[in-house]
Write a protein that binds this ligand. Sequence first.
Ligand code: NAD
Length: 253
Amino acid sequence: MTTQNELEFAGLKAIVTGGGAGIGAATIRALQSRGATAAALDLDPSGAPEGAVQIQVDVTDSAAVKAAVDSAAEQLGGIDIVINNAGIGAQGQVDANDDAEWARVLDVNVTSVARVTTAALPHLRRSEAAVVVNTASIASAIGLPERVLYSASKGAVQAMTLAMATDWVRDGIRVNAVVPGTANTPWIGRLLEKAEDPEAERAALDARQPHGRLVEPEEVAEAHCYLASPRNRSTTGVLLPIDGGMTSLRARS
Ligand code: NAD
């Protein structure tokens, strides 16, 4: 157990999928600032923060994931923290996506959580501070328009988080999830670029949030750190909304 004066994550090693951009990169920065070392596992890890081990991998490829996780463990000297954060979007009503798209999105957003965690499990079992933090979405908690496939994928992440946490609660491996609202990352930048009127679309997204603005990736990173922290060893099976009140509040505009 660390004292309040020591860096919270001193000596701990983290792998972060999707650590090359957005929320994942912000999470690596936050973990590093608290003393952790980290590896970014990403299709393109070149945008990972300085000092992070960069490992190029597609989280849908089981053999590549196993090799990437083992390489991260070797370079970092073990793995204590797994941040399952890589994810992709999908738009449309229930009839919008064909079978191939359903398989692709579920593979990236859901099966990869099982794949990466399974590859990391032998390393986690050797850790005194083992924890997995998944990245769900408000789409797993409330109905959003034109997001059936994406919502299904994040609902699965939420359900897996609770089931995994239950399986390992006596093994000392904690499992939690962040549940972010719409966040100001390259992902949303790409969506806005495609909109007919990006400024109006951005204003509509800001207005949809009870607190009137998008969530910043650094705010989600803080939640990843809280849920992963060795100071919070009784925190497991927690789904933590970082959404400006979107899930729970009904503010008057
Ligand atoms: P982003 O697109 O900015 O970054 C995602 C990163 O994941 C990228 O670096 C990308 O290369 C990587 N990635 C994608 N597919 C991959 C694959 N197959 N293998 C390896 N790496 C892959 O996205 P973000 O906004 O930072 O989102 C991160 C996570 O947060 C996702 O799981 C997303 O569903 C979730 N989330 C995002 C928002 C939001 O509004 N941005 C809201 C709620 C939840």
